[in-house]
Design a protein around this ligand. Structure first.
Ligand SMILES: Nc1ncnc2c1ncn2[C@@H]1O[C@H](COP(=O)(O)OP(=O)(O)OP(=O)(O)O)[C@@H](O)[C@H]1O
Ligand SMILES: [Mg+2]
Length: 264
């Protein structure tokens, strides 16, 4: 059974369709990327998965649990690092983690150990007692990851975890995620605008545009799909820019998808 099952998901805001019959699955242990231009529907999709939005139609199951029927149980098996800031700058890193541990009702006897473990995993042991407002962008992101994994979720969902970070800081964020996968085998769902990150770190990539899934596969499969494009950037442009913006898009995408089948 896949860990995540998204089946014909639709999300409407009034008359506007932000997510349009989206379907994909994520296997346990996978690193799965959602890629797409601004407004594609990535965050909306994620908000449904993490039970912050009720789907207009379709089904989403996580670890076999329907997100609409069992939101509380779903929240226990996942961790979420939102696109917006989720750490408090006026507290230290340790204090932020303590607040989260209390909210998660991690028993008092286990709290210190759990906090020390995640601080080591994201390499913030030495900065734990500093105010978060003195942290660099990469350190803040790593703290937010630490907050999201205190309860050892099966699935960690990260919305643009490396946006706005310099290449070195982005690398430290991925190092923390790699360490997490080595420790717990955690499944990751990540959105990103950085093609090279999807290419380097992600097992499979789903490309969304205007609420729809336009391609899904490994980086190599996606490159093959667009006539042997050499970079994922070219794939992205072909699928979400040139192809879809230039009208007549449906048949072109259908052709591209047929090609994807051939390359499998
Ligand atoms: N609560 C809401 N009410 C109305 N429209 C919304 C709401 N949330 C999102 N939208 C719209 O839905 C579309 C998809 O937004 P979403 O935030 O999911 O995109 P995204 O792919 O995450 O983009 P970005 O890369 O900019 O983060 C956008 O057009 C957005 O304006
Ligand atoms: Mg977003």
């Amino acid at each position: 059974m896949p860990l995540v099952e998204v089946d014909q998901l639709v999300q409407r805001f009034g008359d506007f369709v932000a997510v349009d019959r989206l379907s994909f699955t994520i296997e346990a242990g996978e690193v799965f990327a959602l890629l797409g231009p601004n407004g594609a529907g990535k965050t909306t999709t994620i908000r449904v998965l993490v039970t912050l939005l009720r789907p207009s139609a379709g089904r989403v199951r996580i670890a076999g649990l329907d997100v609409t029927e069992h939101p509380t149980r779903v929240r226990r098996v996942l961790g979420y690092v939102p696109q917006t800031l989720s750490a408090d700058g006026s507290l230290t890193g340790y204090e932020n983690l303590l607040v989260v541990a209390k909210l998660l009702r991690i028993p008092r006897a286990e709290r210190e150990r759990a906090i020390a473990d995640v601080l080591a995993l994201v390499r913030l042991e030495d900065a734990a007692d500093r105010l978060v407002r003195t942290y660099s962008g990469g350190m803040v992101r790593r703290l937010e990851i630490a907050q999201a994994i205190l309860h050892r979720p099966l699935l960690l969902v990260l919305d643009e975890p490396t946006v706005g970070l310099d290449p070195t800081a982005r690398r430290t964020v991925w190092d923390a995620l790699t360490a997490l996968r080595e420790r717990d085998g955690t499944t990751l769902l990540v959105t990103t605008h950085y093609m090279e990150e999807a290419d380097l770190y992600c097992d499979r990539i789903a490309i969304m545009n205007r609420g729809r899934l336009v391609a899904l596969g490994t980086a190599a499969e996606l490159r093959a799909l667009v006539g042997g494009a050499s970079t994922l950037d070219e794939v992205f442009t072909a699928l979400t820019g040139d192809t879809l913006e230039s009208g007549g898009s449906y048949s072109e995408v259908r052709q591209l998808r047929r090609r994807l089948q051939r390359f499998r």
